[in-house]
Design a protein around this ligand. Structure first.
Ligand code: GDP
Ligand code: IMO
Ligand code: MG
Length: 435
């Protein structure tokens, strides 16, 4: 099956980076389609796997496949790209011995994040006070706003200095009013932004291409394409817990618009879900554990944001969300991650419905009021109380761990193809080949 999309099925940070890394070895191309450097995808390569030295990579804009020499990586038109962050990330991976030359391709149509987008994002959050979204402050929402207002600057514009100067000047002029009046910010001088942009352009211009054409060619030639989602379904601008979401379509629909490929060309959709639930930032989280149990999951799962370092909120597995994610994305295969984090839990709970005003909702409610005030209906499982990290086959897992995994699989109606029991590549149980 040549085109496989990997999608986060919760509120992000499900372990997509690890799963994409594992699948990348069989791919020709790895492509991101939405989001920007709000994403943080971690790949850890164990000492025994990589010439005796453990390596950790945190990818924000570059597809996780970039760490595989020779694989082609695309930044799709649906992404928003901060040139400064991209240059920094390229330099970081280069310092780790990875060359992106000849295999990184940035869509001409991808929109550019500029310094005023950061200022707008951070100041809007401050003005919202207790109603803040808890964004990453990276300018993601404001850059997408400009895109939809049809005043954005795209990667292709970096290659046309006359056009770029005209539109940058116009943008700076109109933003200045907003920055002055709403945020008491002095605004930005054209020359300093221009000079900085020209510096970044030197580094990234060779990578700007017609990515739409490249991916169509890959598909026509039957080359294996791995599509890497960022964030997760519950952060999707349409299907997530609006307004506590990101500003793009993280679900699989975004892959069609964000790369320019037809839905019929995506053969498989792999959903990635964590054995429990986490969320960074504000917004409703029905199964959140605020006390000791939440702290336990955070400590044992090292649940701190890969982008901002913020502590992630933690809670039990939410089957309502998982079922919804399967439906919205047409999930055909599933990967379960971080099973090992539950190794020492005596009792483990799984949410199978939301109770609100004596009515049980087993479908995802759109209303924030329902989500914020509902009481999760739980099924309880005995913990297995032994280590699962590195167990090579599903059959060898402790019986109670198998029962837990199978219960989740029954709730969502899909069997697991992958079960992950640690950060490293070899700490993975491959149950079924997908790609
Ligand atoms: P992503 O944004 O979906 O790629 O996920 P992140 O990289 O932000 O967060 C997932 C974290 O969990 C990373 O630190 C991974 O290295 C780690 N991780 C992934 N799978 C496993 C697993 O099965 N067990 C454990 N303990 N850690 C894992
Ligand atoms: P990956 O790809 C988890 C969250 C932010 C905030 C909301 C909006 O690593 O799973 P934004 O800066 O996008 O406007 O913030 O979305 N968020 C993420 N949470 N993982 C991510 O990416 C996220 N990207 C954005 O915390 O709640
Ligand atoms: Mg992440």
């Amino acid at each position: 099956m040549p085109v496989l999309a990997v999608i986060g099925c919760q509120w992000g940070d499900e372990g997509k980076g690890k799963i994409v890394d594992i699948l990348s070895k069989d791919a020709h191309t790895i492509a991101r389609y939405q989001g920007g450097h709000n994403a943080g995808h971690t790949v850890v390569i164990g000492a025994s796997e990589e010439g005796g030295k453990e390596e950790k990579y945190i990818l924000h804009l570059l597809p996780s496949g970039i760490i595989h020499p020779g694989k082609r990586c695309y930044i799709g038109n649906g992404m928003v790209v901060d040139p400064k962050a991209l240059v920094k990330e390229i330099e970081e991976v280069e310092a780790q011995g990875i060359s992106v030359e000849g295999r990184l391709f940035i869509s001409e149509r991808a929109h550019i994040i500029l310094p005023y987008h950061h200022v707008y994002d951070q100041n809007e959050e401050t003005l919202k006070g207790s109603q803040k979204i808890g964004t990453t402050g990276r300018g993601i929402g404001p850059a997408y706003s400009d895109k939809y207002q049809r005043i954005g600057i795209r990667a292709v514009d970096l290659l046309d200095e006359e056009y770029l100067e005209k539109y940058l000047r116009e943008n700076l002029e109109s933003k200045k009013l907003l920055l002055n009046n709403r945020y008491n910010h002095p605004g930005f001088e054209f020359q300093s932004i221009w000079d900085e942009l020209m510096e970044y352009k030197k580094k990234i211009a060779p990578y700007i291409h017609n990515v739409f054409h490249l991916i169509c060619d890959d598909i026509t030639q039957d080359r294996k394409v791995l599509i890497e989602g960022a964030q997760g379904v519950m952060l999707d601008i349409d299907h997530g817990t609006y307004p506590y979401v990101t500003s793009s379509n993280a679900s699989v629909g975004g892959a069609c618009t964000g790369l320019g490929i037809p839905p019929s060309s995506i053969n498989k959709v792999l959903g990635v879900i964590k054995a429990y639930t986490t969320r960074v930032g504000e917004g409703p989280f029905p199964t959140e554990l605020k006390g000791e149990e939440g702290n336990y999951l955070r400590d044992h799962g090292h649940e701190y944001g890969a982008t901002t370092g913020r502590p992630r909120r933690c809670g039990w597995f939410d089957g309502v969300i998982a079922q919804f994610a399967v439906m919205v994305n047409g999930i055909t295969d599933l990967a379960l991650t971080k099973l090992d984090v539950l190794d020492n839990c005596q009792k483990i709970k799984v949410c199978v419905g939301y109770k609100y005003k004596n009515v049980i909702h087993d479908e995802m409610p759109a209303s924030l009021k329902v989500l914020e005030n509902c009481e999760p209906v739980y099924q309880e499982f005995d913990g297995w109380m032994s280590q699962t990290t590195g167990i090579p086959t599903f059959e060898e897992l402790p019986d109670k761990a198998k029962t837990y995994v199978e219960a989740i699989s029954n709730i969502v109606g899909i069997d697991f193809s992958i079960v992950s029991t640690g950060q490293k590549r070899q700490e993975t149980i491959m149950i079924k080949s997908i790609f």
